[in-house]
Structure formats: C-alpha cells, structure tokens
Design a protein around this ligand. Structure first.
Ligand code: MG
Length: 366
C-alpha cells in the first residue's frame, strides 16, 4: 500500500470535475446540497495501467474546512505534481484531496497485481449492512421517507438532526417503528445550554448512537456527554487522524467511531485507524459522504473490515444521485450490499456516463 508518498512511475494525473443532480436536496445541520460536485482522479503509469480515486469535498466548507474548489487547486498545484515526481507533497490537512490521489494510486497498484481492495486491506465480510441516511425535512415527509427505505430493505436508519429538529423526528419514527435500528447525526450542531438538554431527552428512544453531537474539536465536551448520556456517543468529524483517535480513546470521548477514509486522509489512514479502534474494542462503521460510485466502492471494502460491526453509510448511490459514473450496486433484500471483489477498488467509470456529468478536465503530465 502507499501513503501520502506515492511510489511508482506515473505518466499522467487527470482531474475530472463532475456535477451530478441529486434526486432531492440533502439537508443536514451544516447546510443543504442541491447537486453533488465531486472530483475524480485518474492516474496512469508509464505502462498504461490506470487507477481511480474520488475527492468528495462539498461545494462549501461546511462539513469540514475542506471544499471542492480548494481541493481542486490543491490537487492541481501540489498533489498531482508530487505524485508524478514520486515524492511526498508534504501537504497538511486537505484529507479528501490527499485521500483521492492515494486511492487512485492504490487502485492502480492493486489492479496491476490483480488483487481487490477488500482482500488487500483484510476485509472479512462479503456483505455489509447498509444504513440509510435521511436528511432534515418536514416530519410527514420524513416518516414517508423512512417507510420507503424500510420497504426497499434497509434495516438501519440514521436521521440528520440539529437543534429544533431533534426530539420530534426521532419520536415520530420511534412511535411507528419501536424496534428499528435507529441513529441520529447532529454534525456538531449542539452546544452547551438549552440545546444540549435535547440530547439527554433523546435517551428515552433507545438510539444505536448519537453521532457528533458537539463541535469537532470539543473532545472534553464529548467525554462529558459519554458519562451523561445512556445513548452511545459516536464521533465522525472529530476523527481526523490516528493521533486524535488516541486522544479520543484515552479520554473516553466516544463509544463508537465513524471510520471515514475521506476525512482521515485516505485508505491507509482508515486501515490504521480501524486497527487502533478495534484494539480497544469500540464499535465502528464506515461513514459516507454521499459520494459517487468510485468513492462508495472503496467505502464498501472499509465497511467490510472485521471491526466495522455497525451498519455502514453505504446505501447505493441510486438512493440519492440521479446519475453516476459507474453502475450503482443494488441493495439486497436483507438490507446488505455486496463487497466488490474485482481487482482494485472494483469499479471503473464508464466514458459514456462520465461525458454526461463532466464539467472540467485537467491533465498534469510528468
Ligand atoms: Mg456524520
């Protein structure tokens, strides 16, 4: 595997900016997405072998400080030239951009060897349970959406919440489905004071976890919440590096972890993070970014790691995208999806599909 320092003799790095219509806007505490912009990274070596990665940074820096246009610039000015020169770019932060180049390098290398990503990282499952994420919306629409997802086969649902949209949606869903595997994601939107009271009020609903209730850098606050709440506190935005994971574990700041390659800076970091968290016996799942099929295929391999024992955010892209660069995999009747076992990440963008969605292409040559 390769880290931020890619090995090999690359001939070209192509950056492809795509814009994909969403089936409906996705609303969370950090904002509303109306279309999905993403950057596909295609690397090609001197032998003509090719690999693909995806940078799913959002259009605005609202989920984290990283954003689409910034990632494009970092990739173009720093990461692509460094990858072509076979040296580390030494880039601080920008994990989604760094991870996209790395994923493409890993895909190329594994394809060359004829090994699947799942096999390479030690994924132990052939199917993984998928959690459907339901955004912020009016209660009647939300209940209808949950009902639809359950009808499709999902057995785990996660509701996006924020102050003022917290107890009511959870109560409405719980009243109708008392035994459902139900979680919430606050995207760091709760703070001390009145808002925080809602978090303890959620305890009565038997949630599987509350994801990122407080701001990403508030580990002490999360450690306190772990003590105060019956509901397991899970961390997502906070989990940015192995060092932070060690702090989270040492402080007892979480009872579950979202393992997200894009936020950790790549597949290598995600695999290392998995090992550290599994070592302490904390439950995990693979978090999602509503990414395209390239990113989702890599997420499936991560979700199949042995420590990922909570339903992962790996719903098929056809759940939220009106189109994709690869054919979306399907949900199985039992709410699971199949982990790709083809070489590399397991999917390759189809030129005809890509042509429909591409906004810009830039090729950087060695
Ligand atoms: Mg989250």
């Amino acid at each position: 595997m390769v880290g931020q320092f890619p090995v090999g003799r690359l001939r070209a790095v192509e950056l492809i900016r795509v814009s994909v219509p969403l089936l409906e806007p996705i609303e969370a505490a950090h904002g509303t997405e109306h279309e999905r912009w993403s950057i596909l990274v295609r690397v090609e070596d001197v032998d003509g072998d090719v690999g693909w990665g995806e940078c799913p940074a959002l259009v605005a820096p609202t989920y984290s400080s990283e954003w689409h246009e910034g990632a494009w610039t970092i990739l173009l000015a720093h990461l692509a030239p460094a990858a072509l020169a076979g040296r580390s770019a030494g880039v601080k932060d920008h994990p989604m951009a760094v991870g996209a180049i790395e994923a493409a390098m890993v895909d190329l290398e594994l394809r060359r060897r004829g090994v699947s990503l799942a096999e390479a990282i030690g994924a132990s499952r052939d199917e993984v349970a998928a959690c459907a994420v339901v955004g912020v919306m009016a209660i009647d629409s939300l209940v209808a959406q949950v009902s639809k997802r359950l009808g499709e086969g999902y057995r785990s649902i996660k509701l996006k919440v924020r102050p003022g949209h917290d107890i009511e949606p959870v109560a409405a869903v719980r009243a109708r489905w008392p035994d459902l595997d139900l979680s919430v994601d606050a995207n760091g939107s709760f703070a001390d004071g009145d808002h925080r009271r809602a978090l303890s009020d959620l305890d009565e609903f038997g949630l599987t976890y509350i994801e990122q209730p407080l701001a990403a850098d508030d580990l002490v606050g999360h450690a306190r919440l772990v003590q105060e709440l019956d509901t397991p506190v899970a961390l997502d935005e906070s989990v940015t590096s192995l060092g932070v994971i060690e702090s989270i574990l040492a402080m007892g700041a979480a009872r579950a972890i979202s393992l997200k390659p894009a936020r950790l800076g790549g597949l290598v970091a995600a695999v290392d993070a998995h090992a550290a968290v599994a070592d302490r016996g904390l439950p995990m799942w693979c978090g999602g970014m509503f990414e395209l099929g390239v990113g989702r295929a890599a997420a499936l391999a991560v979700a199949a790691l042995p420590g990922c024992n909570i339903a992962s955010d790996v719903a098929p892209t056809s759940t939220y995208l009106a189109a994709d660069v690869v054919e979306a995999y399907e949900l199985r009747a039992d709410g699971t999806v199949t982990v790709p076992r083809q070489a590399g990440v397991g999917v390759v963008p189809e030129p005809a599909r890509l042509d429909q969605l591409v906004v810009a292409r830039r090729t950087v040559l060695a």
